[in-house]
Design a protein around this ligand. Sequence first.
Ligand SMILES: [Zn+2]
Length: 270
Amino acid sequence: MTLMYCGLELDRAANRRGDRAWLEEVRASARVLPLWRDKCLVGATCETSDFEVFLGMDGDTAVFAADLSTMELAATGASEAVDVRRLFGTISAEEAATLAYARGILHWNRNQRFCGACGGATESREGGHLRACQECSKLLFPRIEPAVIVLVESPVAPKVLLGRPQKGGFCTLAGFVEIGESLEDAVRREVFEEAGVVVGDVRYQASQAWPFPSGLMVGFRATAVSEEFTVDGVELAEAKWFTPDELRAEYPCTVDSIEGHLVREWLATA
Ligand SMILES: [Zn+2]
């Protein structure tokens, strides 16, 4: 199955978006998605702004995202501004993927207006997929922040370890990848830091675009070397091994994140 916010069907046309004349030509008959401060606009009448990003081609139709963030909400004509995650279950996976992509790329542009090296202003290039510093010429590419999410399995029985943060319910263990780590290194470190569990085998399962604002979730299964654990008391308040029946009874498998996918896949074979 396709995970939410993935499986974009647009052709990104990455090899053409550096051609300004072509972008102007396809813009004339484009479909434009208006967004406002990371949110989707319901019923917006204003669909043009001073900043637009080329998302890709839907057949012969170009699709752009327009950032209306500098306007007051009322001026956009929209009745409401909602986060794409709130539309989960009411729109198709394809629509969700396009809106999430639009949200992420507009967020990056809005937050990369200045160069991190010299502080100079940056300008948009490549239809909004690259910014160049006007002072030092440094090229800035959209940044993606990978995080690992891991379902830890028991070495002796069909059980998985979930942790409960200080606020909220039980969930899989997860954390950001640090500089100098492989994805597998990050899995081992996070599981040990949060739950005091050493894992042996680490197996990649799937990944999910998570542009809220710039994540990439990479899902793994890992096998603990024993069922002993010690929570850190900071990130996790407690942890618990769940049998398949306990998991079915207590875990909300309907979540839109890859976490739900990892749990459902495990339950299907447990
Ligand atoms: Zn610079």
